[in-house]
Design a protein around this ligand. Structure first.
Ligand code: DNO
Length: 348
């Protein structure tokens, strides 16, 4: 297992110099942030990114994300060209030594929270999701400002997009996912890249849009579509764990051999749909991180792990979920658990 840290590129105020001081960190996971979704990435700027990481002794082999253009998810006529561009990106990444690509297939919105600064009892704050608040928002009527959502659409563009999705239900979205995977997985294999889909966060439909990567059942279905391990998973404890119906150990079992990337974070649920994020240790939330890591080890997991969202602590200001301090504590905790179970063995 390798522990990596999310780095938002040269404009990230959490610099590589800081990241390299986190104990036992092997590398970073990053992306290209200044090119519109669907376009082909510039190999020269990617090379600079890899070089900058390597110069600081950090590996750079994982991309999060190569975003999937909405037209692919919609199955629009322009999907073909966007899929070609996606393949080209995979070829470029493969040539530069990347071996894992995280992506998601969530329509319109990526991860969604109702609060970016939810006060926790210890005086820190974290991301939180309140279902009633989200239900009270109408993306067609209001100028939607949603934490977590990369608001790259104007109000009008958003309405047009939501209108188009009216003809896409779960079944259609699965079909469009299949068309995408059937084209890109062979190129990923040739390029030495494992594709790792990120589950929908939260794992239920929002604003009437379909969401399909939500449970053990959906992972079984996904893997059945293309039976090669390069068609794999980003196992995200917080995304799957937001639903009480999901058993994380069952998901690890179902995805055995095909988990290429793990996002580890903790959450505390307050009812069926509401939750807040917490510090990483098991004691702080509903996710038993020890059992999760033990489950991963038993499943033979040998991929990348990153500490996912942290709280904002010690007065730190910055990108919600992506401060330095609490994620660094999370990384050390994960390393400690992993060292204990790998060296000491585990008892069933
Ligand atoms: C949130 C992240 C997601 C993730 C994408 C992957 O913090 O886990 O935004 O990067 O869904 O495509």
């Amino acid at each position: 297992m390798k522990i990596i840290f999310r780095w938002y590129g040269f404009n990230d105020k959490i610099t590589l110099d800081r990241i390299r001081q986190i104990p036992a960190i092997d590398g970073v996971v990053t992306a290209v942030y200044d090119i519109p979704v669907g376009e082909v990435w510039d190999p020269i700027s990617l090379k600079e990114i890899v070089q900058a990481c390597n110069d600081k002794g950090l590996e750079c082999k994982v991309i999060e994300s190569v975003p999937v253009h909405e037209d692919i998810k919609l199955g629009a006529s322009s999907a073909k060209q966007y899929i070609e561009n996606y393949k080209e990106n995979l070829r470029i990444l493969g040539r530069l030594g990347f071996n894992c690509v995280c992506y998601n297939f969530m329509p319109v919105f990526d991860w969604l929270r109702s609060d970016l600064k939810f006060d926790l009892e210890d005086g820190s704050n974290a991301l939180a999701y309140n279902h009633d608040t989200v239900l009270s928002l109408d993306p067609n009527k209001t100028d939607l400002v949603l934490p977590g959502w990369d608001a790259s659409y104007s109000k009008d563009e958003l309405q047009i997009l939501l209108e188009k999705y009216k003809s896409v239900d779960d079944k259609k979205l699965w079909e469009n996912l299949y068309c995408f995977l059937a084209e890109i997985i062979p190129v990923a294999i040739e390029s030495g890249i494992n594709m790792a889909i990120h589950p929908d966060d939260p794992p239920w439909g929002i604003f009437g849009l379909p969401r399909i990567i939500t449970s053990a059942q959906s992972i079984k279905k996904l893997f059945g579509l293309i039976k090669h391990p390069a068609n794999g998973l980003t196992f995200c404890t917080g995304s799957f764990g937001a639903s009480k119906l999901n058993d994380l150990l069952e998901i690890i079992n179902v995805a055995k051999g095909r988990i290429h990337f793990a996002h580890l974070r903790n959450i505390r649920r307050s009812n069926s749909f509401d939750f807040c994020e917490t510090a990483h240790p098991s004691k702080c939330g509903d996710i038993d991180m020890y059992l999760v890591l033990k489950g991963l080890l038993k499943a033979g997991f040998d991929g990348y792990v990153r500490p996912d969202h942290g709280r904002m602590i010690w007065g730190e200001q910055g990108r919600g979920g992506y401060g330095l301090y609490d994620r660094a504590l999370g990384a050390s905790y994960i390393y400690g658990l992993w060292e204990a179970i790998t060296k000491g063995g585990y008892n069933d």
